[in-house]
Design a protein around this ligand. Sequence first.
Ligand code: CMC
Length: 427
Amino acid sequence: MSDKATLQYAGNSYEFPVTKGSENELAIDIKTLRSASGMVTIDPGYKNTGSCESAITFLDGEKGILRYRGYSIEDLAEKADFLEVAYLLIFGELPNKEQLEKFHHDIKEEADVDEEMKKILEAFPKAAHPMGVLSSMTSALVAFNPVSVDVSSEQAMYHSIVRILAKFPVLVAWTQRKKKGLPLNYGDDTLGYVENFHKMMFKRPNKEYVKDQIAIDAIDKLLILHADHEQNCSTSTVRIVGSSHAGLFASLSAGISALWGPLHGGANQAVLEMLQAIEADGGDTKKYMAKAKDKNDPFRLMGFGHRVYKNFDPRARIIKKAADEVLGNLGIEDPILDIAKGLEKEALEDEYFVQRKLYPNVDFYSGIIYRALGIPTEMFTVMFALGRLPGWIAQWREMRLRGEPIGRPRQIYIGENHRPFVEVSKR
Ligand code: CMC
């Protein structure tokens, strides 16, 4: 097979190298396209564009494969904990015991958030969506940690990374506590990363915190499943903002905003609201299936479909099983879980969904677990953000270490040609 691709246009022929990834994925390297031919490519939604080479996450949408640094998501969800996975994603290898202890120790050392940050949080109305609050608070952290912006050495980069891994769970917990009207507390550094987070989320001022292993394990697993997903919308956002050498926290803040949208991470909230609406409407799933297929109706079956997965989403399989286990262990019978399963069954047998290869994605069942754990619906996407944090960090770090150029796409201009200015009195 030739390792060059040829483009022919207007009697000219241009050759471009073809590069191959470690899983045999092929790409035409068009770095010289514009200088050689004067042309650019156009690809709305980047459906055919590889924005970078990356050694972090591999996914095969046809086969339903997802691996972080070569390890299968099934193995990691079953055998690893979130902090190990975070280390793996960011630094490339599973940590040994000492490395993991040091990593956790360094995070604990940074686990305070400046008290003045509380004033910023207080200024938000209680009804504010937690994703907007989280994005703003993450951006505000820059002002309190200005040294985190200059990451010219790997050590400075490491420092920024452990800082945000330490402070972000505090911000997440504070957004929930603010919504619930609970005092803004701090963590307990005798606890594991996820257990500490759980305590910060749920500790009541008048009650002892009681460790809830079922909840902690469920959160740990969900965070791992969300931890990275290669060049998705929010990750691409983090990389492109970071490519201007804006600091890590500012890049993450932009990523949080991108995640908020209902076509991306916001789908988990949208799924639950959809299932609740179906329940309130008498549980008529067929009606909503028909709406989803009606091209004149903007309604989409939330939690279905994926840009890359065209067979099944391996994360959805794991989460569906976990939903059964967690609800069973907690002794919860949720009619919404039955509606979700009914919808899934109908969709998997429906020609419209089969033809378009639409399957349940990671967001379809996750909200049912969060709800069972007592996490408010508006916090679901915030939980996704906490899970995605190490992935965003890993991708940002990789981009900086590889010295990637500033992200700056081209366009094809389709507006007016040059025209003379007309004074306002003559328009
Ligand atoms: N319900 C009904 N029809 C759908 C759905 C859906 N959920 N998703 C896609 N379609 C149809 C779409 O109308 C189009 O039909 P046609 O070919 O007749 O025009 C076809 O399937 C292809 O859809 P697309 O919008 O071109 O696909 P995309 O790759 O641009 O979008 C998606 C992927 C995830 C944005 C989309 O499937 C969607 O909107 N799903 C619902 C929202 C959701 O669950 N998002 C979470 C994604 S996974 C987690 C994450 O990324 O954060």
